[in-house]
Ligand binder design. Structure first.
Ligand SMILES: Nc1nc2c(c(=O)[nH]1)N[C@H]1C(S)=C(S)[C@@H](COP(=O)(O)OP(=O)(O)OC[C@H]3O[C@@H](n4cnc5c(=O)[nH]c(N)nc54)[C@H](O)[C@@H]3O)O[C@H]1N2
Ligand SMILES: Nc1nc2c(c(=O)[nH]1)N[C@H]1C(S)=C(S)[C@@H](COP(=O)(O)OP(=O)(O)OC[C@H]3O[C@@H](n4cnc5c(=O)[nH]c(N)nc54)[C@H](O)[C@@H]3O)O[C@H]1N2
Ligand code: SF4
Ligand SMILES: [Mo]
Length: 702
């Protein structure tokens, strides 16, 4: 059904034989799929089932299990319904109900008092992508800029991957995953586990496989995705650059390089060919832990396939050298010219192609670059007074936190908790649940969920821009993010037109200024497709640089001074947290299937499926430690440690250990979870969190 055909049904809400009305929406969660949804509305306050919509041919009727059961989350008995004021010590979960006005007055008064004491930079609005809706998520920046509060350097998720992709290709866009099903000869799922994190990729990849295309997965452990592939390369974490470079060695040596394409579309093919000639499969085997033959066979398969498609995921970028590794992988289709074919090329994300003007949403007309910028992932060092992390400025003594749960998801969690427990730090958390972060707050405000407010969404995994309308009324006293921002602005004397507009008005004006469909049209038609067409999405009219050439030699220095330390051509950039005799294991802290970051750790069906925090270990490693399935092991390093149960498992290298899921700290007997061990060190060249780059020791717990 085309979006146009769908319009009348959307307007009316579709009513089935049962009398239940089905209304359109979009999944707001931090997931590249941004699925189009059909939601059953049982009455003005209640939803039934949530289904993947067919109005969008990327979603194609398929969504993940956790959102299909959204009624479990939105109608959860533990949802926050009233504003709360802390009455006990920080983190004690002792709160008393108060009114909205009183709560907002306290927050504004505290922000003003702290500002008088230390200057406006002492206030740090802190947010992330618990909702991907642009108005509700990013409106906090309008308040930040209007008040001159500390600026935001967002690094927890996409910094390394964005930098690595853009370094070669020039823009955050690529070939369309919808091509895979019909056109790809080879699908490579590199450094990601879409069975857990982006189910729609699997739908398209399995369609290709049914047609006879091969599916290859590059991942340190045998994920659900790897289990469905023809070939699984169980690489050592943080060594993808070496694999890609050795593949290029084979591609050039064995005549798989497309020299016509290279001369026309790339910057330095001769230098690259000479460079990779010295990087043999044997060299890469020693670094990656793969067999030489595996590397050569994969390179030949890649070279022989015309339409080879690489889905570059975020997972393999979460290392100190993650940007360099991402760039090295993007060089592969530029060597073989796979971009020329439908079903060929690569995709990391599409978000760079939407023409959206974000000025009104974020107050970009008020940005003052002289105000210090603080790094999201370095919250622990920042709150514990590291002068470097504070960029030489005043301590952070006041925060407003929306759409994120740093007490679970940030690295160096022991520091984060010590910081959040500071009595001189005033924190307001606007949340849907009493999260572990909210438990540290002075004021907690109850937030709406996506089906209770309006918003609009870009996507990363597909090309649609989608507007949503509230489907049901909010429960209790829950209010949307925009309301909190506008009300605080009023109390603080912040001025900007955006504070006086409704969400719908902000969307409409933004869309109008950006030359896009107005909000109502977008909603009625089920989203506007920004697909750029075959030629442009495959960069056949040139890559997104002034000379239109893919860069084998990125200008890493353009991202900051640490770029000068990086290799000029793709290589193994050896800055990872390598194992030592004291810390012989490499830890990957990968996403779980039915949690989404810190979210869904409150829903009964997710908790049932994920069971408990578990370390997947090579059977010989667990045997050497004398631990069997279900035995407790302590995993740790100089930053901290925690206790999980061991599960011996084939399909990963020795001395690689996997702990899936950002479990709540309360689920660990130590009271602190896996991120106590992960590092807040910034990746190269310009920062970015390194969640899968950690050397650890593992000990048997008696
Ligand atoms: N169910 C679920 N879905 C999610 C999330 C979740 O937590 N749970 N998180 C959401 C978010 S915020 C994001 S950003 C996306 C991310 O989603 P994707 O971009 O699809 O990436 P991930 O699946 O997170 O990648 C994790 C995989 O990378 C592998 N990996 C780790 N290090 C390396 C390495 O050095 N080399 C290679 N080759 N592989 C490596 C891990 O073993 C793991 O299997 O998913 C979103 N969707
Ligand atoms: N060990 C380890 N740690 C990781 C990762 C990993 O792979 N391993 N992945 C990292 C990555 S990629 C990311 S992106 C981060 C994400 O980590 P978080 O930022 O914590 O992500 P979420 O769980 O998506 O969302 C957090 C909160 O947003 C709230 N929320 C949702 N919608 C709204 C709303 O409309 N209003 C308000 N006020 N609140 C809302 C939810 O209730 C939830 O508690 O975690 C990072 N941490
Ligand atoms: S796959 Fe991702 S976007 Fe789709 S419903 Fe699940 S969490 Fe939402
Ligand atoms: Mo993320």
């Amino acid at each position: 059904m085309s979006p146009e055909d769908h319009a009348p049904a959307l307007r009316a809400g579709r009513s089935g034989a049962t009398g239940i009305v089905t209304v359109p929406s979009v999944c707001p969660h931090d997931c590249t799929s941004t699925c189009a949804l059909d939601v059953e509305r049982l009455d003005a306050r209640t939803i039934g089932r949530v289904r993947g919509s067919r109005r969008n041919d990327y979603t194609a009727g398929v969504i993940c299990e956790k959102v299909a059961r959204y009624a479990e989350r939105i109608h959860h008995p533990d949802r926050l319904m009233k504003p709360l004021r802390r009455t006990g010590p920080k983190g004690s979960r002792q709160f008393a109900e108060i009114g909205w006005d009183e709560a907002l007055d306290i927050v504004a008064a505290q922000f003003q008092a702290k500002t008088r004491q230390f200057g406006a930079e002492t206030v740090w609005p802190y947010y992330y992508a618990g909702t991907m809706g642009l108005v509700q998520r990013d409106g906090i920046n309008r308040l930040r800029h209007a008040m001159g509060y500390s600026r935001w350097y967002s690094t927890i998720c996409v910094t390394l991957s964005d930098t690595g992709w853009i370094a070669g290709v020039g823009a955050k866009r690529g070939a369309d995953v919808r091509e895979i099903g019909e056109h790809s000869d080879l699908v490579v799922i590199w450094g990601g586990n879409p069975v857990n994190t982006q189910v729609n990729v699997m739908v398209h990849a399995m369609r290709a496989r049914k047609r006879g295309a091969k599916v290859v997965v590059v991942d340190p452990y045998r994920t659900g995705t790897a289990e469905q592939a023809d070939i699984h390369l169980a690489i050592r974490p943080g060594t993808d650059g070496a694999l890609a470079v050795a593949m290029m060695h084979v591609l050039f040596k064995e005549g798989f390089a497309d020299w016509d394409y290279l001369r026309r579309y790339t910057d330095a093919p001769d230098e690259l060919a000479a460079h990779v000639a010295t990087r043999t499969p044997a060299w890469a085997a020693a670094i990656t832990g793969l067999d030489e033959a595996e590397i050569v066979d994969f390179a030949r398969l890649f070279g022989r396939s015309k339409a080879s498609f690489i889905r570059c995921h975020h997972g393999f970028s979460r290392s100190r050298n993650g940007a360099a590794n991402m760039h090295a992988v993007t060089c592969l289709p530029a060597v073989t010219g796979a971009w020329k074919y439908k079903g060929g090329g690569a995709l990391y994300g599409h978000t760079g192609m939407y023409p959206l003007d974000r000025t009104l949403i974020e107050g970009l007309d008020m940005v003052d670059k002289s105000v210090r910028e603080l790094d999201q992932s370095r919250l622990g060092p920042i709150l514990t007074g590291d002068p470097d992390a504070l960029a030489g400025g005043p301590p952070v003594t006041a925060m407003l936190i929306q759409n994120t749960n740093p007490a679970m998801v940030c690295p160096e969690l022991n520091l984060v908790h010590r910081g959040l427990a500071r009595e001189d730090l005033f924190v307001c958390v606007h949340e849907q649940f009493m999260t572990e972060t909210a438990a540290f707050a002075d004021i907690v405000l109850p937030a709406t969920m996506f089906l209770e407010h309006d918003d609009f969404y870009t996507a990363s995994g597909h090309t649609f821009f989608q507007v949503t309308k509230a489907v049901i009324e909010p429960p209790g006293e829950c209010r949307e993010n925009h309301h909190v921002i506008a009300e605080l602005a009023r109390r603080l004397g912040a001025r900007h037109r955006g504070f006086d507009m409704s969400v719908w008005e902000i969307m409409d004006e933004t869309l109008h200024k950006s030359g896009m469909w107005d909000a109502e049209t977008n909603w009625q038609r089920g989203g506007q497709d920004y697909h750029l067409g075959f030629e442009t999405s495959h960069f056949l009219d040139g890559f997104a640089w002034p000379d239109k050439k893919f860069r084998f030699k990125p200008d890493w220095k353009a991202w900051g001074p640490r770029g000068a330390e990086m290799p000029t051509l793709p290589d193994h950039f050896d800055v990872i947290d390598n194992p030592t005799p004291e810390k012989p294991f490499r830890l990957v802290a990968a996403p779980a299937r039915t949690f989404l970051n810190s979210t869904f750790t409150e829903t009964p069906s997710s908790l049932k499926r994920e069971v408990r925090p578990t370390a997947l270990m090579h059977p010989q490693d667990s045997a050497a430690l004398g631990v069997g399935e279900g035995d407790r092991v302590e995993v740790g390093n100089e930053r901290g440690s925690t206790i999980v149960v061991a599960q011996p498992r084939d399909g990963q290298q020795r001395r690689v250990v996997i702990v899936e899921g950002i479990w709540p700290n309360r689920n660990f007997e130590t009271g602190i979870g896996i991120n106590a061990i992960t590092s807040a060190d910034p990746g190269w060249p310009n920062g970015g969190a390194v969640f899968h780059d950690t050397a650890v020791w593992i000990r048997r717990v008696a």
